[in-house]
Each structure stands twice: as structure tokens, then as C-alpha cells.
Write a protein of this length. Structure first.
Lengths: 291, 291
DNA sequence: TATTGTATTGCGAAAATTGCAACATTGGGC
DNA sequence: GCCCAATGTTGCAATTTTCGCAATACAATA
């Protein structure tokens, strides 16, 4: 019986919903199903009465739920009591996209420095799209970034805040946006898109779902570059609102009210699951999620 | 933090000796070392101060030891309380070598039937050498047999009793054994050996260690066959004493006092480790080991 | 100095876990 | 009444983890 399994079980015992638990705990439904099956095999008894429509705890499940809660609690207590003995030290490497830097980095860093003054933070910033790559190559231990849409193997996410993904147009060059009645004529309106990254994927899917072949004027790297080009009248772009709000070019940009909206960006921290066994990173993780 | 890891840690925390713990818990020293390293990484602190000569619990180790004992205890309690709710039923498949059948099978079966009357036992018997194969092919869930010398991947053993491995000769044909002074002349004395199996391996190594090329008269399958051929004067053989004692041909056989002795057979139960998560098999396991 | 006992590590192989995609089932909306 | 969306499960392939063996490093002892 593993700690992670216990946590999954406990959450499911509360939510009574595989889908919600799997989303909340960042595992696929498949993994969750099989984890529960594993535990049931080990205990030798069904823990949930379930069909496609409903999930209920069995009597055995209730027993295990109590055990799970106690055990998790005692484990946490042990960790804390041990933490008191030796203060964490060393350093921890962070990668932070510019997007995320505005939104959440300062708060986290501030709290972390107070909690673990002996742990030095090596911070790198750069394009959001690079974060995951750096993580996979073990170039950094934690990234602060927008959360990808799909589950990625072996990665752990914690969403912290959201920011809308908005269409922007230049204020000084209204003719950039070409209308066809009340709607924008996407075949004619030039669009500035990111070379890669989550924003690009979202936009591609948005167009694809509407069977629109957009008139792509330029592909650039980084949200700041998109804002710059849009402000110069090169076309319409898509950026996280957060970035726009912090941009010095903000005055020269207008946000287009286009429906349906793009799904908002979810910003948070992300690391390789295995890293969470490292106490320093674990401490960082908890502090980041603390509010 | 896994149950199995906790058990290993607890044992080591008691024994303070990697070798002994690894033997007692049926894992290789290597696996034990790495398990401890894993836990230490997860806790973030050294649990044992150790070098080649000594092993001592650290303060953190003592904390974890207490946690481990409590957690294992609670887990056991939970299992028992759940077991009360639904009685085990179904069946469990056993393979038992003839050797082991004499020694320990009756007692185990007797106790198990009393403890789990709803679990039916499907028993097969046969040559000892086949047991491990059947286990690997999932043809049976548990075997009762002599324990192999080497650790086998994924297998779990529990030794229950021992019986010496003895050289036997026919009483009626004393000339079968050819002496050279006080010692037996192995180049001339014919030997009946098993085709395969642990007895064969032990004997091969016994000869090899003495740089003797034995005069092998016949290779047969099964200890009973060895006894039969020896009693007919075909040569000298090697069988577990237990089998000899139950043999109807016992009267026609004499045990040779040869030194150094062969290492005794250790008889016990064996199963695939994974099987131990199955509650029925686990119950069987505990009952088998109960005395 | 050789030998024995002890913990650790490199490495290849076996086992466990996971995500994806496909599936089965069921309830609700039109 | 039929289709669609939601939900839990399973086959499969790929990744990750774990393990045993053999080799190694080191110390005490003979």
C-alpha cells in the first residue's frame, strides 16, 4: 500500500467520482481505475460499488478511508517533525516563462525565501514554450508556466491562477481588422501567431473547430513579440491578458470581444513527479500551493 | 512509502545488519541497500549511520521506526477487521513434491481447512523439480517443496523444516560400494543421480568441489526411483532422508556416513511474490508459517 | 599479506505503471 | 425512438522502476 495510492483513494472516497478525482490528482482515469483495482485486489474486497452512473463507498471502503486519512496524517506529521531537525539547504533550479513571472512568481518566491532561507533559488526565465523541454532534460527542477491541455507522462502540475487568452488588435490601425458584416473576416485579417507553445495550439484548434483557414501574417516567438507586432499594425494576435496588462505597449492595444472565447490559460507550477520525493522540491511545492 | 519498504526498514532497524535482514526478508543485499536509499531520499535524511563495519539508527531513523511499527500494526488491524466481514472463499491451487508431502503437507492442510473451510484446495503432486516451473507458468499458486539455493526473481519462500540429504546404498549388495582404503572410490562406484532438480545440483557441486568425476550409472526422475534402483544394487544414490524414511524399500537400504555431508534440504512453501497480495494466498501463507 | 565479512554499485533483464485510444453502458435531450 | 454525451473500464505499447547478479570497495582478522 503506497502513499500515492492512499491519496488517490482518499480523494475518490470523498468525491465519489472517477473523473473529478483523476482530474484533481492529475492522473488519467485509466490510472485511477487501475489503482483502485489494485487496492481492491490487495485488500481482497470491493471498495466502491460503482457502475457507469454512480460510485458509492462500501463498508470495507469506509474502513480503508479512515485508515487512509490517519496514515496520511501521521506521515505528514512525521515529515514535519523530521524537518525540524535539519533545515533544508542547497539549491533548487526554476524556469519561469515571462507570462508566469508577472502573475505568480513574486508571491511564491517571497514566501519560499522566508520559509527556506538556506535554499538558494536558481531562476531562469524565457519563452513559455521552452519550459517543458527544459524540465524533461533535467535542466531545471521546477517550472512556472501555463499548464498544457494534455496530461504529460511523469509530470505533476499545480494550477495557481488563470488568465484569459484574448484576441488583440492595434488601436492606431483600426483597418487591420477586416469585418464581414458583424463578424471578422478571418480569411483577410492578418494574424500574428506564436511559433509554438500552448497559445498556438489553442488558436489552431479554435480555427480548426470553425473550419477557418486564417491568414497568418507572421509567426513569432514570445508573447512580447506578438504584442509588439500587433501594436505596429501587422495584424491581430492572441496573448494571455496578464502579459498584455504588464506590457508597456498596452496603451496602443485593444482587446477584441470575440465569441466563443478561447479557453483561459491556467498558470501554475510543474515538475517531474519523481522530483516530488526530493524534500527541497517538495517544500517548494507546498509553499507554492499554500495560497 | 510502501508497505513492503516499511517492513524491510523495520527489520533492518531491529537487526542493524544488512546481510541478516536481506536474508530474513528474502531480498538480495542489493535490493535492501537500494530500498533504504530510496526511503532516505524520500525522507530527505539519512536513516542509518553505516559503514562496512557497523550500522546504527540515526535520530531520524528512530522517528521513522516508530512510524513504521505503528503503520504496519494499523494495517494488520485493518486487514483483520475487514476479514471479519466477508469470509474467504474460492479455491487455491497447490503443487507439492512427494518429498515435501511426507514432511509438512498434512499439518498445513489440516490447519488451513480449519481456518478457511470455504476455500477449496486443488492439490497436485509430482516430481520436486517441476514445482518452480509450474509456479512460473502460473499453473499453480503455491508450491511446497525444497527451497532452491539461489534467490529467484519474484519468488517468496518460507522455510518450514529441514531434512538431511543422504548417500544411500543397497543392503543386499554390499559390493556395490567400492572402497579404496577407508574412502569410497568414486571413479568405480556407480552412482544413480536425479535428472535435474536441487538434489542433482547439490551432488554435482559436491563432486565438483572435490574434483571427482563420478561414475554415473543412471539418471532417473524422482526420489522414489532412485531408492528403487539403489535397492536393486544398481549403485549409490542421494535422497532426502525424509523420503527414505517413508519408503517401503527402507529395509533394503543403508545410509552411508560420508563426510563432509551434503547441505540439508530446506523444505517450505513458495509462491510468486505478487500472489501474496491475494488475500486467500496470504491467509494460506500465514497459516503455513504458523508453526 | 591473504582472507573473510559487509555494504554498495554497474548493468541488463524483468516487472509494474501509465497514457492513449477504443469500448461498453446508461441517461437525457431532441 | 434515436442519437449524443458522460462515465468507468480495458487492450496495448512505451516508459519507468525494481531487482538480482556480479564486480567492487573497504575494513578487520588471521
Amino acid at each position: 500500500m503506497d502513499m500515492e495510492e492512499l491519496r488517490l483513494f482518499r480523494h475518490l472516497a470523498e468525491s465519489l467520482h472517477f473523473g473529478r478525482t483523476s482530474r484533481a490528482c492529475h492522473v488519467t482515469p485509466s490510472a485511477l481505475t487501475r489503482t483502485i483495482q489494485r487496492i481492491e485486489a490487495e485488500v481482497g474486497e470491493r471498495l466502491f460499488d460503482r457502475d457507469n452512473r454512480s460510485v458509492r463507498l462500501t463498508r470495507a471502503g469506509e474502513g480503508l478511508k479512515q485508515y487512509a486519512e490517519e496514515t496520511i496524517e501521521r506521515w505528514k506529521a512525521l515529515k514535519e517533525s523530521l524537518a525540524g531537525e535539519a533545515t533544508l539547504h542547497g539549491d533548487i533550479s526554476l524556469y519561469c516563462s515571462v507570462t508566469a513571472a508577472y502573475g505568480i512568481l513574486p508571491g511564491i518566491l517571497d514566501r519560499f525565501r522566508k520559509a527556506c532561507p538556506e535554499v538558494h533559488i536558481k531562476l531562469q526565465t524565457g519563452d513559455a514554450a521552452q519550459g517543458l523541454t527544459r524540465l524533461r532534460n533535467n535542466e531545471v527542477e521546477v517550472i512556472i508556466d501555463a499548464l498544457p491541455d494534455k496530461q504529460a507522462t511523469g509530470l505533476e502540475f499545480m494550477p495557481l491562477t488563470e488568465t484569459p487568452l484574448v484576441f488583440i488588435a492595434p488601436l492606431a490601425f483600426p483597418e487591420t481588422v477586416i469585418y464581414e458584416g458583424p463578424e471578422i473576416d478571418w480569411r483577410k485579417t492578418p494574424v500574428i501567431v506564436a511559433e509554438q507553445g500552448l497559445g498556438r495550439e489553442r488558436l489552431d484548434r479554435w480555427f480548426a473547430a470553425r473550419k477557418i483557414l486564417p491568414n497568418i501574417y507572421a509567426q513569432v516567438a514570445g508573447n512580447e513579440a506578438i504584442i509588439a507586432m500587433v501594436s505596429l499594425g501587422c495584424g491581430v494576435g492572441v496573448v494571455p491578458l496578464l502579459v498584455l496588462e504588464k506590457s508597456p505597449l498596452q496603451e496602443q492595444i485593444t482587446v477584441l470581444d470575440i465569441s466563443p472565447r478561447l479557453a483561459p490559460f491556467s498558470l501554475g507550477v510543474c515538475t517531474v513527479k519523481k522530483n516530488l520525493r526530493n524534500p527541497k522540491i517538495q517544500a517548494f511545492w507546498e509553499i507554492a500551493g499554500a495560497r
